[in-house]
Design a protein around this ligand. Structure first.
Ligand code: NAD
Length: 335
């Protein structure tokens, strides 16, 4: 069976997803939601979406009555995810939501609750959780080939250009680099170490308070502690370029990945040499896998359900609190 997907928010990432989905075997675009009529016309023609399956933000609740849609993929700015996901769930559709799931734990919990109440599934667009070289390292760790994990380093950042973009507007972004790109270091720490963090410390540096206004973090360094005693040291930045690295160290082996979360090819090595999985378009694989999760109850090696996204938000809030207070924060992730 094919997962029939409505894309919401026809911006730059949605375009990448739409193009990638043209190669999917299990998913296809069957509806569009946008506030810009000309985009609906253009995308409708390009992706073969008929007029009756094109919606705007006022009328998309009517998607409830569209039998050609199984899931809505929300790809709007972070602060809009909550409303968009809840409306899609109330329309009886499964929801795939881009990262970060929301801009606070409270919002994320509201979204999980709404999806549960509507009896629909909620997934987060964590594409790296389907990337073959990443999974090769995770499988190696699960097989015990690294021995006990002692350390993870995740460095994620780039120089945010245009000062007027929504990513630098707290009202739409919910925060700064941590919400947008540092979340990859958080997420990576969890699946690379294979445990959930129990404490966090963090420090913020701001060199440009004009570009990075109140509530929009420029650079944050944070440290995570895990039950086994493993530790992680991470860097999230909107002002440091070429930060796209993971390093995992165990008692028997290491993995080094760079690039580690970009659109690929993902490259890396362990003691045995280079990671050798073929490059795939992340969004194609993600959507084919998500189709099987939603329609056939497939269990992925690394989960991508709403709970994972909510737990990342718990860690994000703890990091912000640690920056503000200078104090170590204890964490207990929601089950
Ligand atoms: P973008 O600015 O290119 O696109 C956002 C879209 O939302 C635009 O088409 C815009 O018109 C629309 N929109 C609807 N209502 C809006 C409003 N009130 N204000 C502003 N825009 C509104 O941004 P993007 O880079 O496509 O990011 C969208 C989402 O996708 C974000 O949550 C982002 O974190 C996520 N994203 C994920 C990845 C990934 O690799 N998984 C990559 C990029 C972006």
């Amino acid at each position: 069976p094919m997962l029939r997907v409505a894309l919401m928010g026809l911006g730059s990432y949605a375009e990448r997803v739409a193009k990638a989905m043209q190669q999917c075997k299990h998913a296809k675009v069957t509806a569009l939601i946008s506030g810009t009529p000309s985009k609906l016309d253009k995308w409708g023609a390009t992706y073969g979406v008929p007029e009756e399956s094109r919606y705007n933000y006022q009328n998309f609740d009517r998607i409830k009555d569209n039998p050609n849609v199984d899931a809505v993929y929300v790809i709007t700015p972070n602060a809009l995810h909550r409303e968009h996901v809840i409306r899609a769930a109330k329309a009886g559709k499964h929801v795939i939501c881009e990262k970060p799931l929301a801009i606070s734990v409270q919002e994320g919990q509201d979204m999980l609750d709404a999806c549960a109440a509507a009896g629909v599934q909620l997934l987060v667009g964590y594409r790296m959780r389907f990337e073959p070289n990443t999974l090769a390292v995770v499988k190696k760790r699960m097989a015990g080939e690294f021995g006990a994990i002692r350390f993870f380093q995740g460095q994620c950042g780039f120089v945010a250009g245009d000062p007027n973009q929504w990513r630098l507007d707290k009202a739409l972004a919910g925060g700064g680099s941590l919400m947008d790109i540092g979340i990859y270091a958080i997420n990576g720490a969890r699946y690379m170490v294979g445990e959930e963090p129990i404490w966090v410390t963090a420090q913020e540096t701001k060199t440009d308070p004009v570009k990075f206004r109140e509530g929009v973090d420029e650079t944050i360094q944070f440290q995570l502690g895990f039950p086994s005693g493993a530790i992680a040291s991470c860097l999230s930045s909107y002002n440091i370029d070429f930060l796209d690295r993971y390093f995992l160290s165990g008692e028997k082996d290491f993995a080094e990945m760079q690039p580690s979360t970009g659109y690929g090819p993902i490259k890396g090595r362990t003691k045995a040499g280079d990671l050798k999985q073929p490059h795939v378009v992340h969004q194609t694989v993600q959507m084919d896998e998500m189709a099987q999760i939603l329609l056939q109850n497939k269990k992925p090696l690394l989960p991508v359900d709403g709970k994972v996204g909510l737990q990342d938000l718990q860690i994000i809030e703890a990091i912000y609190r640690a920056c503000e207070t200078g104090e170590r924060q204890t964490l207990q992730l929601r089950a």
